[in-house]
Design a binder for this molecule. Structure first.
Ligand SMILES: Cc1cc2nc3c(=O)[nH]c(=O)nc-3n(C[C@H](O)[C@H](O)[C@H](O)COP(=O)(O)OP(=O)(O)OC[C@H]3O[C@@H](n4cnc5c(N)ncnc54)[C@H](O)[C@@H]3O)c2cc1C
Length: 384
């Protein structure tokens, strides 16, 4: 007899969403967080005067999944901004504009704060999901069973899901090797008030100083994500950031910085496999890549959707059986690799300002501009 059908390591956005989705199938699910972790505590109330500096571009397919799983129910909609157009600019590069209407859809993405999404997901975490604390010390597998030894107790389950982020301890215990690349780049995030109405447009600029994205927020607010070389990014304090942005790329006319500046190291984490026996990796434990296309969480929640679908179809009796795990591995491989290498190529093309790259970029933009079909395909691929 097992303690749980599924044990999920990591109660971040992806782990928590997965726990709720699997418990809705009637499975006995538990979430484990490290001892002393405060992540799983209920977040503070959203304050009206200040937007979280951590925001996500959520693609329509992700929003549909969250809505179907009732994880979007408690979102504060007035804090969510729809993106209907995206302009891509760069040093010596022609502008490419992608509009939702080009693909016959109503939005390319919506921008939602971390806190807003986190609160909505947490509000669905009820007693049907057990909450455990303890550091994972060992993982043993035998036919039909995974035993997880934590600093507090031993837990038996049929399926262990690693949602414990890019430095996954579960992945290490399973001895899954990882292809890593430190880009020596930092993702810098901050919110500004802006002078010009954004009208639902997002902007992205590529050049030698990195990639700058402006994501629209409700009212006269925009969130920026600047992926810049470590040294450069760490020199960008409040005043310098304002000055550099104003000079380099300022399509909306930034007025005031209205949040703290957040900094995230950027690296590639690509495990050799996303399964090992009765263990599956999801979210950043399974893939971490550059945030250029704003897709990390989207791909993580696509892992959740795939795993839940497979368990529903093949694994209600035993969610860790081969029919689930092997299908999951095969199904996720392609999307994970595409996003990892696509963002890397985009990044390299952006920061290496050679004429060759610029020419390639401009040829690509010209082709997309003049071929409606290509534009539609590109948008449909990006929005999922
Ligand atoms: C600058 C920037 C901008 C981004 N913008 C976007 C965007 O616009 N759209 C998008 O889709 N994505 C975006 N991303 C990516 C996105 O932030 C991540 O992909 C997503 O947050 C990963 O969520 P996760 O739950 O998998 O991992 P995490 O958020 O890292 O959560 C991991 C959880 O595991 C827990 N944990 C850690 N160790 C253990 C352990 N030993 N045992 C148990 N639990 C453990 C942690 O406490 C945590 O709760 C961006 C990323 C960056 C850096």
């Amino acid at each position: 007899m097992t303690d749980y059908d599924v044990l999920i390591a990591g109660a971040g956005l992806v782990g928590s969403a997965t726990a709720i989705s699997l418990s809705r199938l009637g499975l006995r699910v538990a979430l484990v967080e490290p001892s002393g972790s405060t992540v799983s505590a209920q977040p503070e109330r959203l304050t009206t005067e200040c937007f979280d500096n951590r925001v996500f571009a959520i693609r329509p397919s992700t929003k549909r999944f969250l809505t179907d799983e009732q994880l979007w129910n408690n979102i504060s909609e007035k804090r969510v901004q729809r993106v209907t157009r995206m302009h891509i600019d760069g040093e010596g590069r022609e502008r490419l504009t992608l509009g939702a209407h080009d693909a016959g859809i109503v939005e390319l993405a919506c921008i939602v704060e971390n806190d807003n999404l986190w609160r909505s997901i947490c509000s669905r975490l009820d007693d049907s999901v057990a909450r455990l604390h303890g550091d994972i010390l060992a993982i043993d597998q035998e036919p039909g069973l995974v035993t997880v030894v934590t600093s507090k107790r031993k837990v038996n389950c049929k399926l262990l899901v690693a949602a414990d982020g890019a430095n996954s301890v579960v992945r290490r215990h399973c001895e899954i090797s990882v292809g890593e690349r430190d880009y020596n780049y930092t993702g810098l995030v901050a919110n500004f008030t802006v002078a010009r109405p954004h009208r639902g447009a997002a902007y992205q600029w590529m050049g030698a100083e990195g990639v700058i994205a402006y994501l629209p927020l409700p009212g006269n607010l925009a969130s920026i994500v600047w992926s810049a070389h470590d040294e450069f990014a760490h020199g960008l304090d409040e005043d310098v950031l304002f000055e550099r942005l104003s000079k380099r790329y300022n399509p909306l006319g930034i007025v005031d910085l209205v949040s703290r500046i957040g900094r995230f190291p950027l690296r590639r984490v690509l495990p050799q496999t996303v399964t090992s026996g009765r263990v599956v990796l999801i979210g950043d434990a399974a893939h971490q890549f550059l945030p250029l296309a704003g897709q990390g969480l989207n791909v993580g929640l696509a892992d959740t959707a795939k795993l839940t679908g497979l368990v529903k179809q093949y694994g209600l009796e035993d969610p860790g059986r081969l029919a689930v795990v092997n299908r999951y591995r095969r199904a996720r491989k392609e999307e994970i690799e595409i996003f990892t290498y696509f963002t890397e190529v985009m990044h390299d093309m952006a920061v290496r300002g050679s004429d060759c790259y610029r020419t390639l970029h401009n040829i690509g933009v010209g082709a997309v501009r003049h071929a409606d079909v290509l534009k539609r395909v590109l948008i449909k691929k990006a929005v999922g």
